[in-house]
Design a protein around this ligand. Structure first.
Ligand code: HEM
Length: 511
């Protein structure tokens, strides 16, 4: 399928386009009249408050800095936890507190179980063909079962423990070598950790790490770094590419070539590289070397899936494994390096519990402060600050407001985690808040960071196992401090809350 088929953009002459633009604007005028006149609903419940915006554009200009979770949170302080905004012609209801977010994700889920995607994400996910973005239903249940059984569920995670152990060994070895060679220089933690996480994802998903791949369709050999760029970095950038037609869907027939070419190129390269990687592994399988990985599992069990669906599911697991766990671990190490007192508290806990043994997954339940560091980093720096928008397909209600069919819902996880009514001094990073006995030590869902209900994150266990053991081992082995000036580097970019600048920390071996 080509991108224009997915977006249904037709080629047409300029005259035709001009004529339709005329009709488009008349339709738009009628639409605005209708929209402004349709505030009253037939329900006894009121509509949510509206954030004032401009005619036609709605609140678009107020969101142009590309960090909508922060703007949404500011608006919540003035307008309350539920309000509506307009992005062009689309009405979006934004939810900013745990109560209303849970109501939407759990109690009212049956009326809000589909998604409406931006044009970029529609293309990059081959029109919802990944677990995270497919509409709820039989297919979603099947593919979620596949990823949990083969890769992310508790049994699968036990089988994959060897990959997590190797990841940590390699990270520590690399840091140690760097420290010995350049003891006074800051280390780029992201570079080391990201590379190993990517390796783990390739082993879990394809059965093997790779150094390079020859891509027949593009007649090029790509290095591992380039493969990472094509499978992970580019699609993350692509997912936030703005196509103005997202905001004015009735004008979708007008071409937007710059956008289309950018996203199409990402799609084609990703498709070609994934095809080549899968082809190599199929050779391995045909030589009788089956292994415990997602690909081998899907080829056995996924009979109802097409080749393209299998490719998309494999790619999804690679990109999801490579990104959010890094984001959380990098922020946790930043906060610890900035706060020597809390770092020391953690080190002392580890020393008391583990003695001369290394921090291991088995020990996590005895390390409450380590778990609290993980949850507090997830709370303050939620890697997915806004849940991919949900779509209301039948009239419903949330927080005592009437929400008509056709509305989009944005769940602002960042806003939930910064809610002053729930969290004392939410801007402060204070792991102690999770030591309160109201929290179960090993409960993964102390915050909304992994979502809730039937669309709960499938990778939460893996993220916790990798991130917590890594933080523990990193603090057990080294004393961390920030490079001069690093404290100010707190800006983020992209779809997840990636630090804009990779963490630069000075590490000193502990005796
Ligand atoms: C700290 C790390 C992570 C965070 C904060 C996180 C967060 C989330 C969130 C907020 C959702 C959306 C829930 C919704 O739509 O309501 C989600 C879904 C999902 N995540 Fe994660 N995630 C993390 C790590 C991972 C990892 C490592 C994987 C592994 C491949 C993964 C796989 C998935 C999948 C497959 C879904 C879709 C579940 C569904 O729609 O039923 N996640 N995640």
């Amino acid at each position: 399928m080509k991108m224009d088929e997915i977006l249904s953009v037709d080629g047409m002459s300029l005259q035709t386009a001009a004529a339709i633009v005329g009709v488009g604007f008349i339709t738009l005028f009628l639409f605005i009249r209708y929209f402004n006149g349709s505030k009253k609903t037939s329900s006894a419940l009121p509509p949510p408050p509206e954030i004032p915006g401009l005619p036609l554009l709605g609140n678009l200009l107020q969101l142009k800095e590309k960090k909508p979770h922060r703007t949404f949170t500011k608006w919540a302080e003035k307008y309350g936890p539920v309000y509506s905004i307009r992005t062009g012609s689309t009405k979006l209801v934004v939810l900013n507190s745990n109560d209303v977010a849970k109501e939407a994700m759990v109690t009212r889920f049956s009326s809000i179980s589909t998604r409406k995607l931006s044009n970029a994400i529609k293309v990059l996910t081959y029109d919802k063909n990944i677990v995270a973005l497919t509409d709820y239903g039989e297919h979603h249940r099947t593919v979620k079962r596949h990823i949990l059984t083969s890769t992310l569920g508790p049994n699968a995670q036990r089988r994959h423990q060897i990959h997590r152990d190797t990841l940590l060994e390699n990270v520590l070895k690399e840091l140690q070598a760097y420290q010995q060679e350049k003891p006074l220089e800051a280390v780029n933690f992201r570079k080391v950790f990201q590379d190993q996480l990517f390796g783990l994802s390739l082993k879990e998903v394809l059965g093997n790490d790779v150094e390079s791949v020859y891509v027949e369709d593009l007649k090029t050999t790509f290095s591992r770094e380039e493969i990472f760029e094509i499978l992970v970095i580019d699609p993350m950038k692509g997912a936030i590419e703005v196509d103005w037609r997202d905001f004015f869907p009735y004008l979708k027939w007008i071409p937007n070539k710059t956008f289309e070419n950018t996203v199409q190129q990402m799609y084609v390269r990703r498709q070609a590289v994934m095809t080549a990687l899968i082809k190599e592994q199929r050779k391995r399988i045909s030589n009788g070397k089956q292994t415990n990985c997602y690909l081998d599992y899907l080829l056995e069990e996924g009979n109802s899936l097409t080749e393209q669906q299998i490719l998309m599911l494999l790619w999804e697991a690679i990109i999801e494994s490579s990104d959010t766990t890094l984001v959380t671990t990098e922020w946790a190490m930043y906060e610890l390096a900035k706060d020597p007192v809390r770092q020391d508290h953690l080190y002392r806990e580890i020393k008391t519990v583990c003695g001369s043994d290394e921090v291991s997954e088995k020990k996590l339940s005895q390390l409450p402060y380590l778990m609290a560091v993980f949850h507090e980093s997830l709370r303050k720096h939620s890697p997915a600050p806004i849940v991919p928008p949900r779509y209301v397909h039948e009239d419903t209600q949330i927080g005592g407001y009437h929400i008509p069919a056709g509305t989009e819902i944005a769940i602002n996880i960042y806003g939930c985690n910064m809610d002053k009514n729930v969290w004392e001094s939410p801007e402060d990073w204070k792991p102690e808040r999770f030591l309160d006995e109201k929290y179960e030590a090993m409960d993964l869902h102390k915050t909304m960071a992994f979502g809730a209900g039937k669309r709960l994150c499938a990778g939460a266990l893996q993220a916790m196992l990798i991130s917590c053991t890594a933080i523990g081992r990193l603090v057990q082995k080294f004393e961390w401090s920030l490079r001069d000036g690093e404290e100010e580097n707190v800006d983020t970019f992209g779809l997840t809350t990636h630090r804009l600048h990779p963490l630069q920390a000075v590490i000193k071996p502990r005796n």
